[in-house]
Design a protein around this ligand. Structure first.
Ligand SMILES: [Zn+2]
Length: 246
């Protein structure tokens, strides 16, 4: 069990160690793109806010995906497609959850596991272990079980409202913290509130991210900029996943 204090100490060491800065260029995206539905969920449970859907509705969405032979893509499959042009399954879906709420661990994770599905969880590193949010130990458990943990930045400030240097720090520090915690590359980011601009994309690229998710509504086109992929926001009072897929 990693305490929050231990986690923050690890983060501080990682950030200090990485401050020489290293810059990686992304691989060239494949010209042979595909369209992929990328639903984004937030909370799963009993709340009544628009970001919260009932557990039964998530179960229904997963059942629809299973009944219609959709395969949940891993980040590895997405990366191999984007970077090496490896074809995707005919019916592929990339499931995402933003904000790192505790119910993602308590409700969504076991449901996904029961269907043998995988998903990506984009967490706000400064909120790990805070009330109502997942802990460092919980995301480590999910990562070990085949779920992907990506960055939703350090503080969840909308990146397009920040100076480029501030956005860069948000992207670099959250990436370094998660990589140190999980022992895995963290190359995907979901922009808080879907906020991004050209500086954001440049900062993400320079920080070493190869995938960026917005909340611009639509299927993700893998022939377009992989740092600005569309998603399908799923809200309590919004369109059902099945309607997005038909
Ligand atoms: Zn968010």
């Amino acid at each position: 069990m990693l305490t929050r204090r231990q986690f923050l100490q690890k983060c501080a060491l990682t950030i200090a160690a990485s401050y020489g800065g290293y810059w990686r260029l992304p691989s060239t995206a494949s010209a042979a793109g595909a369209l992929i539905p990328v639903p984004v969920y937030h909370r799963v449970g009993e709340g009544t806010g628009d970001l919260t859907i009932a557990g039964g509705r998530l179960a229904e969405d997963l059942r629809i995906l299973a009944d219609n032979a959709y395969l949940t893509l891993t980040v590895g499959q997405l990366k191999e497609h984007l970077h090496a042009g490896r074809p995707l399954p005919e019916k592929a879906v990339f499931l995402t959850f933003d904000d790192g709420y505790l119910d993602n661990y308590a409700a969504a994770f076991p449901l996904l596991a029961s269907y043998g599905m995988t998903a990506s969880f984009f967490v706000i590193t400064s909120l790990l272990g805070q009330p109502g949010r997942m802990t460092a130990s919980q995301i480590m458990e999910m990562s070990a079980a085949g779920m992907y943990i990506g960055s939703h930045t350090v503080s969840h400030r909308p990146l397009a409202t920040l100076a480029k240097w501030e956005a860069t720090l948000e992207l670099q520090i959250s990436k370094a913290c998660l990589e140190d915690l999980l022992g895995k590359e963290v190359g995907a980011v979901a922009y808080p509130c879907g906020s991004y601009n050209d500086d954001t994309l440049a900062a993400a690229r320079e920080a070493g991210y190869w995938a960026g998710f917005t909340v611009r509504r639509g299927w993700a086109d893998t022939a377009a900029d992989p740092l600005a992929m569309n998603r399908l926001p799923i809200f309590r009072n919004g369109r059902r996943l099945a309607a997005h897929l038909s």
